[in-house]
Design a binder for this molecule. Structure first.
Ligand code: AMP
Ligand code: MG
Length: 351
């Protein structure tokens, strides 16, 4: 990815954190004594992971949370990225068509079961088997170098679409069976899985702050110390002008917030925006009256999967997208092309 693009993404990744307090990259500021007995310190840091910026701004008495997060993120990417040849997902993809299937780890099996359940409940709007399509579209590369990007041909899209389809996956007794040519792509849930792991590592009395992974954020504890503590204000990227924010949402600790939008990675040709969220029903990027969909709930995998699923569904049926979010006890915010909002998650004015 070009440096300029990386910097832009770094800026966007950090924009949400500005509302939470001053960001001092890579430093630890000594504070009071935490309940673990060790000193409470302020830590901030950012690193590139899963093709985007992961960052954290934490006050913790746990030892070096930034290194713990960086190592955990890298290890997770080594397991779930189809782009890394040695990952478990790459091995599963390489086994496609093998009647013996492939042994899948318990943790990944659980994740895939949940992903397939959301595929079912969203009638295929969310589909973790779109790898053949996403590798054909190459929108990551296109967004990084739009001048040299070539749109795939309709016939290529149709052939790739025939290799996709969550209904064709079998997950039985610790083995996964993919039909020939199918490729899993967990790009829509990777960041959410990371936030769930971060929550397990840090939720509790010893850490408060914000952990951000691309378009997904985890809040821990309260902002500030009692009696002045308050909920977190999370900035929402303006889908009409993604370098800025269009408002904020107020969030208590222990919550995951994910936003999916057509402004993240895209190429424009003849006035059409080809972006990274694909409609599994057509094989093309979703064409929607909405610029973004934000989901708030307690679980990162859910918030991440639902933001993608609801972005796809809302293009044709916003009521069903809202129903899907509510069926998982998640709150939802849809922002249209005029900046109007729908849903039960309130967008507050910036201070
Ligand atoms: P997100 O930014 O979380 O909405 O996820 C988008 C990423 O998920 C894309 O870059 C693709 O790798 C993958 N993806 C695209 N469309 C879909 C879809 N309809 N269902 C599941 N994953 C998708
Ligand atoms: Mg997602």
């Amino acid at each position: 990815m070009k440096t300029e693009k990386k910097m832009k993404r770094l800026f966007r990744g950090l924009a949400a954190l500005f509302l939470c307090g001053t960001l001092l990259t890579g430093c630890a500021v000594p504070g009071g004594t935490g309940s673990t007995g060790s000193k409470e310190q302020h830590y901030t840091g950012a690193h590139l992971c899963m093709g985007t910026v992961f960052s954290a701004d934490l006050t913790s008495s746990q030892e070096d949370p930034i290194t713990t997060l960086t190592e955990m993120g890298n290890a997770l990417e080594q397991t779930i990225s189809y782009r890394i040849d040695t990952s478990e997902i790459a091995a599963i993809n390489a086994s496609a068509g093998d009647p013996e299937g492939y042994p899948v780890s318990e943790e990944l099996a659980e994740t895939l079961e949940k992903a397939l359940e959301i595929s079912e409940k969203s009638s295929g709007a969310f589909d973790p088997t779109l790898g053949a399509l996403t590798t054909l579209w190459k929108l990551d590369e296109g967004a990084a170098d739009p001048e040299h990007y070539n749109l795939p041909a309709r016939e290529e899209i149709e052939s790739a679409r025939n290799l996709c389809g969550y209904q064709k996956v079998r997950l039985e007794e610790g083995r996964i069976y993919l039909p020939a040519g199918m490729r899993l792509d967990l790009g829509a849930i990777g960041k959410g899985i990371y936030l769930n792991r971060a929550k397990l590592l840090f939720e509790g009395p010893y850490t408060r702050g914000i952990i951000s992974a691309g378009g997904s954020i985890l809040t821990l504890g309260q902002k500030g110390e009692p009696p002045e503590s308050a909920p977190w204000n999370i900035g929402i990227t303006n889908p009409l002008d993604p370098d800025g924010l269009c408002g904020m949402i107020e969030v208590r600790g222990g919550m995951c917030i994910s936003t999916s939008g057509d402004y993240e990675r895209y190429v424009e040709r003849d006035g059409v925006r080809y972006h990274h969220i694909l409609d599994p029903a057509t094989g093309y990027p979703v064409s929607s009256p909405y610029g973004s969909v934000t989901i708030l709930c307690v679980n990162g995998l859910l918030s991440d999967a639902l933001s993608t699923a609801c972005y796809v569904m809302a293009a044709t049926d916003p009521e069903r997208a809202i129903e899907l979010a509510h069926s998982y006890e998640a709150q939802i915010l849809l922002i249209d092309r005029e900046g109007n909002t729908t849903g039960d998650l309130k967008l507050l004015k910036l201070p």
